[in-house]
Ligand binder design. Structure first.
Ligand code: M6R
Length: 368
């Protein structure tokens, strides 16, 4: 049942190209427009939305952070992302023109469920992004976008996460279509790039051995840092969470621009640091990341850098270099997360931990 893999998690990591493809199936109507079947919110309602609040926990929360970048960029609707466990207790401003998006793989997370109940009591519309048909959160929501990851057995979410990202991109594009903030051919262009993703994910997965080597070389480490910028920043947070869950060691994700504001003091000889390098563009993000990498390297860090296939600037500063396919920065989380998942899985395996059933954790957290 693990298809020859040692863990369900590893099997699920390698299932991601298929899960992404399935989550994209049937989303384009015959006339080329985007359609979201189970959405159940009509376009007139969506056109009135002036604020979005995304609520979720754990990995789903980090998917929500990526969604904020995409939704705000494509739709110009402002987005807040909030931990479900904090949401109700801060007296959030909710109106009938606020759309609350609840992201939950299981659909049963108690914190998220209580948060949507609170939002609906305040007259806000709730849309669920969920992987589990008929679970409580989509049943109690006004609409749902189902992800098609298939059952996720490993406690650490992997294919659940990438399919949540796909659903978030679809939602963002759909809102842009309804609001008219993107032209049809711009939406089609992003959809074409998403359709290429399963192949891109395979390309990254084919470099698994390089990631495993880096993991095995650091089996005695007590800490790992993850650096990213823009949409790569939440991916850094997700990489750190995976490692905490599975390897039980200190792991932390940072926005690379924050390094000089404190975290750089943590860098010490031999500390492994993951660096998610943004694509080269007009915005200097890439060059700023590069200088961050140079700084940690100069202080003795061991770097594993994820950089675009034709990026020739990183090599001198990377102990291990993983090549990412050329994709826009907003979509890069889909490919960049894979090496982080592989790393956590392999390091935990090398440490002798139970990857599928990490200590103290449950697959779905049904208590608040
Ligand atoms: O089922 P949900 O998406 O609501 O679960 C939320 C978190 O409990 C979950 O993502 C958790 O953080 C995972 N174990 C992460 O790998």
């Amino acid at each position: 049942e693990k298809d020859g893999h040692d863990w369900f998690m590893r099997k699920e990591i390698f299932e991601q190209p298929r899960a992404v493809a399935d989550s994209l199936l049937g989303r384009r109507a015959a006339d080329g427009r985007l359609q979201l079947d189970e959405m159940r919110l009509d376009d007139a309602e969506l056109r009135d939305i002036d604020k979005i609040i995304i609520i979720a926990a754990g990995t789903s929360y980090y998917a929500g952070m990526v969604a904020k970048y995409a939704i705000e960029h494509w739709t110009r609707i402002s987005v807040e992302v909030e931990l479900a466990s904090e949401f109700r207790y801060r007296d959030p401003i909710l109106t009938h023109s606020t759309l609350v998006v609840a992201i939950s793989q299981s659909g049963e997370t108690a914190d998220t469920l209580q948060a949507i109940r609170h939002a609906r009591m305040q007259r806000s519309k709730v849309l669920a992004i969920c992987n589990t048909n008929g679970s409580t959160i989509p049943r109690e929501s006004d609409g749902v976008i189902y992800t098609h990851a298939g059952p996720e057995i490993g406690v650490a979410s992997t294919k659940g996460y990438v399919t949540q990202l796909v659903a978030c991109y679809l939602l963002a594009l759909y809102l842009a279509q309804v609001k008219g903030t993107l032209f049809g051919d711009e939406i089609n262009n992003v959809m074409d790039q998403l359709d290429d993703m399963p192949g891109h994910l395979e390309t990254v997965l084919s470099q698994a051995e390089n990631v495993y080597d880096f993991a095995r070389a650091h089996v005695d480490t007590t800490s790992v840092l993850f650096l990213g910028r823009h949409a790569g920043y939440p991916v850094a947070l997700e990489g750190a969470l995976k490692l905490k869950e599975l390897a039980y060691i200190h792991a932390e994700g940072f926005a690379a621009g924050e390094l000089k504001h404190g975290p750089i003091a943590l860098i010490d000889e031999g500390l492994p640091v993951f660096c998610i390098v943004p694509p080269r563009g007009r915005d200097q993000l890439h060059d700023k990341m590069l200088s961050g990498i140079q700084e940690v390297r100069a202080r003795g860090a061991r770097t594993i850098c994820l950089a675009e296939v034709d990026d020739d600037t990183i090599e001198p500063y990377a102990d291990t270099l993983i090549r990412l396919p050329k994709v826009p920065v907003l979509l890069q989380p889909l490919v960049a997360v894979i090496p982080l998942q592989l790393f956590a899985c392999e390091l935990a395996t090398a440490m002798g931990n139970d990857v599928d059933q990490p200590r103290n954790l449950a697959k779905s957290v049904t208590v608040e």
